[in-house]
Write a protein that binds this ligand. Structure first.
Ligand code: HEC
Length: 148
């Protein structure tokens, strides 16, 4: 009968396990926070980048797209839009984005549609600056799939 787990043992497992999990979690959190400066970059958050983020949020782009892996999986990842669609050339990317935004919705059968947002040229420029800034964050190759 002495093989039964006693109340004391159960209590020790409960509190010991709980404490262990809290320590691991705290350690990982501290490590993550310490990594942030290394993963960031020195590009300034200009007025245009900040406004682009507002345009991104107000139009709920993330309701369909992911950005650095966060968001919805209906449409492609856009955290890497600048290198992927603009080949890291700012002027080329801006031209591409203006054209893309103006052409929506595309009338292609069997393809998912993106709505027309009626954004001003300045808003599209802001969006491009925001996506360029975001693409430079070191996201440790996340998401692993190029289109999210
Ligand atoms: C209702 C869903 C939806 C919303 C909201 C949406 N998109 Fe899209 N977007 C799509 C779909 C679907 C595609 C892919 C269309 C295709 O391939 O024909 C796409 C494609 C794109 C592409 C081209 C990506 C590629 O890999 O070819 C860009 C750039 C883009 N969207 C930008 C935006 C921006 C900026 C916003 C917010 C202003 C936005 N989208 C909001 C559905 C959406």
């Amino acid at each position: 009968m002495s093989e039964r787990i006693t109340k004391n043992m159960a209590r020790n497992i409960y509190f010991g396990g709980g404490l262990f999990a809290i320590l691991v979690f705290t350690g990982l959190t501290i490590d993550t926070v310490k990594q942030i400066p290394k993963l960031s970059h020195d590009d300034k958050i200009t007025e245009s980048v900040a406004r682009g983020k507002v345009v991104w949020e107000e139009n709920n782009c993330v309701g369909c797209h992911t950005i650095m892996g966060e968001g919805a999986y209906y449409a492609p990842e856009l955290g890497n839009a600048f290198p992927r669609l603009g080949a890291n050339d700012e002027a080329a990317f801006k031209t591409y984005l203006v054209g893309w935004m103006a052409a929506q919705p595309l009338d292609t059968p069997d393809r998912r549609k993106m709505p027309q947002f009626h954004l001003s040229p300045e808003q599209v420029n802001n969006l491009a600056d925001f996506l360029i800034w975001t693409s430079r964050v070191n996201n440790q190759e996340w998401p692993p799939n190029i289109k999210g």
